[in-house]
Design a protein around this ligand. Structure first.
Ligand code: ANZ
Ligand code: ZN
Length: 764
């Protein structure tokens, strides 16, 4: 028998799959469709590490199994290739981001192919391809035409040394992610997308999708729906009012002071009335340096300044109460002002303690009634904010807008899309904070499409969340140049049946794409209100010591080396076996070697094919089938390991039994399964084999643990099998060490066996 040579086998089958394309999805096939999706990777310069493929392999196992079950599976891949790391790398090395991207995707593609993942490569997409981002721009224009894309002056995180605006997610612990420098909030004109208009549906429609519970909770928390009331408080000697938002109108009688967010516009409007305005202004400036996380952190020492000269009136009891500014109140949430109730609210309590304010335990009143009495208004507020959609960068999709002095912002006519990113030499961020594209004068200066006068192109680009907000639609029809995808293709393929991705993308990416999808549904581009029917997540793979893998720590496991030394099938099967799929787990080369041995055992079993009788596999088939669909890949593999160990003990095995084993193994280790299938005399590929069926009557487990009682007390449990005869079970019980401790030196009067349940020993 030849030795198991993974290198030869894996190369051979990968070449064959490349040529025959057995994983190609067929548009409009009569078979039942199954659209499986993984988050397309960002092709970074570091190449793939072993954490990347875990989700790809997991979904690949499901894809391969479902194909064997007769489904028309769409399992595509592409590249989410715009973004900061590529731009930074390009800035450092002088190589154009386009070339960097091409090089990196080539490496990623080669690496992924070496793992034998059954992607439909004919549908590969790239978000930086003008033929792709033409449609990203098209979607933006539709949002613009419906008033959902608008320009506004908003507070952005400004890096003082890079001199650019950063997205919240690019600020780590208040420092710039690029350079580690100080950041502060600055007002800047930005393009915004009105995701808050969809907040209610984004929350409610979670009821209709099959997302795992932690994912639903994270989405709901991010949207932050809150039911409460707005109530106006009069200001003494002024006709202005302070409008507050509260979820606890019933505590109104306990409100002993008020707080405005430092940025609240009333502070400026009341300037002439505030006798300590200098002090207040200093506090307002200090607040600018703090991030929201710092401001709202629990247990943080409370700070604030009383607005002297301003007195508010509690509308419930007409009492006069002081007004403060304090950074624990956020300007963007609710109305940016609160009634403070220190007896019932922890933050207010801490603040009241520090500033010696009265803490009044007032009777709670009926909310409906009180809101009416003080002429308040019931409302619903959301934590969700509109999406800051512009970046002052180079490597992103140009925003397809032309600014005209006469007409304002004007949409680029659709027939002029894509607005291609111009090839400029100097794409460094500018000192002024303007986008690098502003330096491409001949690109910037164009005629206004409306009036024909000279205008200027928008020079901000889109954030790297844009291209990934709709990519799953493009896979349905990746080469369409008339629409983002043909309506018929979308009707056939969408929604995505199953989307697996990282927990870190549960809030932003998932929410952004659900928002775009709902918008496209409203303008009748897509046929369903939700993009993804089901969403699961996978756990990260840590380095051997339990730390995060990182280049700087030098603990990154490179899949190329594993594939070279142990083979793709070993890597694949190990990554499925290493632990529960949704949990974080540390890499262990030792355990991987164990998996390699498992495959070698299967390889050697081919020698045993002979006249052996068929092993009853119903239980094994059921377990592997169910476990795959439940993403319990680890127990699916261990079930096969148990079977293989049993087969090893027998002298001969039937060809039928061996073939069934290979079909079950194929989704995990497709190369060795194909090779062995071929070796034992099958001319067709194992890929055309049907997934084995089982008889559920035969899958009831025939092993059980039963209790052994001695004089009425359980002293031990012993394993028995359904077909063990009574005498052998009794013997097993009596010879058990724990049982013997209680029977030694005593007379055994009686031994009773209730089949499959209990043994009862009576001494005397
Ligand atoms: C009085 C009160 C009494 C409150 C009490 C709570 C408990 P959620 O559930 O997160 O929506 N609040 C309102 N606007 C705020 C802002 N811009 N910044 C900081 N806090 C703000 O919380 C709503 C509650 O958070 C509101 O109800 C308000 O305090 C506070 F025993 O009003 B409450
Ligand atoms: Zn014009």
């Amino acid at each position: 028998m030849e030795k198991y040579n993974h290198k030869k086998i894996e190369k051979k089958w990968q070449e064959k799959w490349d040529k025959d394309k057995p994983h190609k999805a067929e548009d409009f096939s009569k078979k039942e469709k199954s659209y499986l999706l993984i988050e397309f990777p960002y092709p970074s310069g570091d190449g793939l590490h072993v954490g990347h493929p875990r989700p790809y392999i997991g979904m690949d196992v499901i894809a391969r199994k479902r194909r064997a079950e007769g489904k028309n599976v769409l399992y595509p891949i592409g590249w989410d290739a715009f973004g900061l790391p590529t731009e930074n790398f390009a800035l450092k090395t002088g190589v154009h981001p386009k070339e960097v991207t091409k090089k990196n995707t080539d490496i990623f593609r080669k690496q992924i192919k070496s793992l034998g993942i059954s992607f439909d490569w004919s549908r590969e997409i790239n978000t930086t391809d003008p033929e792709y981002y033409k449609w990203t721009q098209w979607i933006f224009l539709q949002l613009f035409k419906k008033g959902l894309a608008y320009k506004a002056s908003v507070a952005v995180n400004w890096c003082l040394s890079c001199k650019i605006g950063l997205a919240n997610e690019e600020v780590v612990d208040g420092k710039c992610e690029r350079c580690g420098g100080e950041t502060e909030k600055r007002q800047k004109e930005q393009w915004m997308l009105a995701i808050t208009k969809y907040a209610d549906r984004l929350d409610k429609d979670l009821d209709d999708v099959d997302y795992s519970e932690p994912i639903k909770i994270q989405q709901r928390n991010w949207i932050g729906k809150s039911e409460g009331a707005e109530i106006d408080f009069d200001i003494k000697n002024s006709d202005r009012k302070i409008k507050i938002f509260t979820t606890r109108a019933d505590t109104l009688f306990g409100s002993t002071y008020m707080v405005l967010a430092p940025e609240h516009e009333l502070v400026q409007e009341l300037k002439s009335q505030i006798t300590n305005f200098n002090e207040a202004e200093k506090y307002i400036n200090d607040t600018k340096k703090k991030t929201e996380i710092e401001r709202t952190a629990e247990g943080k020492e409370k700070t604030g300044v009383e607005l002297k000269g301003v007195t508010a009136i509690n509308p419930a009891n007409k009492e006069e109460i002081p007004v403060f500014i304090a950074d624990y109140v956020m300007v963007e949430y609710g109305t940016g002002a609160i009634m403070a109730v220190p007896a019932h609210d922890q933050r207010d309590f801490e603040f009241a303690k520090k500033f010696n304010l009265p803490i009044v335990e007032a009777d709670l009143v009926d909310m409906d009634e009180v809101i009416e009495k003080v002429k308040g208004k019931k409302t619903i507020k959301y934590k969700l904010r509109d999406w800051v959609f512009s970046r002052q960068r180079y490597w992103g999709e140009p925003i397809p807008i032309i600014h005209c002095d006469e007409c304002g912002p004007v949409a680029v006519p659709e027939e002029h899309l894509p607005v291609e990113l111009p090839d400029i030499k100097d794409y460094k961020p500018t000192d002024s904070g303007e986008s690098p594209l502003s330096k491409a004068k001949s690109w910037v200066n164009v005629k206004c499409p409306k009036c024909g006068k000279m205008g200027k192109r928008e020079t901000d680009v889109m954030p790297n969340w844009a291209g990934s907000s709709w990519y799953y639609l493009r896979y349905a029809d990746p080469n369409n140049d008339k629409a983002l995808a043909d309506a018929k293709n979308l009707k056939y393929w969408t929604p995505v049946d199953w989307y697996n991705g990282g927990m870190e993308h549960t809030t932003l990416h998932l929410l952004y794409s659900r928002f775009w999808h709902k918008f496209l549904y409203d303008i009748k581009v897509v046929p369903t209100p939700e993009p993804y029917q089901k969403r699961t997540s996978h756990g990260l793979i840590l380095a051997e010591g339990g730390e995060k893998m990182s280049k700087s720590k030098g603990n990154v496991v490179n899949p190329d080396e594993i594939v070279e030394t142990f083979g793709a099938d070993t890597l694949r099967t190990y990554e499925m076996f290493m632990g529960p799929f949704d949990q974080v787990i540390a890499w262990s080369t030792n355990n991987m070697v164990g998996v390699r041995r498992f495959l070698e055992k299967i390889w050697r079993l081919q020698r045993k094919i002979g006249d052996g009788s068929d092993v009853i596999l119903d239980g094994t088939i059921k377990k592997v089938t169910d476990d795959i669909e439940a993403m319990k890949f680890n127990t699916a593999v261990s079930t096969m390991m148990i079977l293989v160990n049993e087969l090893e003990k027998t002298k001969e095995i039937s060809k039928n039994t061996y073939e069934k084993l290979l079909i079950l193994l194929a989704p995990f280790a497709p190369h060795i399964a194909e090779e062995l299938w071929d070796k034992i005399g099958n001319s067709d590929s194992i890929l055309s084999e049907v997934w084995p069926k089982y008889d559920s009557k035969k899958t009831i487990t025939d092993k059980a643990e039963i209790a052994v009682q001695v004089d009425g007390k359980v002293r031990a449990t012993i394993p028995v099998s359904i077909d063990d005869d009574e005498d052998s079970v009794k013997e097993k019980a009596l010879s058990n060490e724990n049982v013997k401790k209680w029977t030694d030196g005593k007379n055994i009067n009686k031994v009773l066996y209730v089949k499959g349940k209990i043994i009862s020993i009576v001494t005397g």
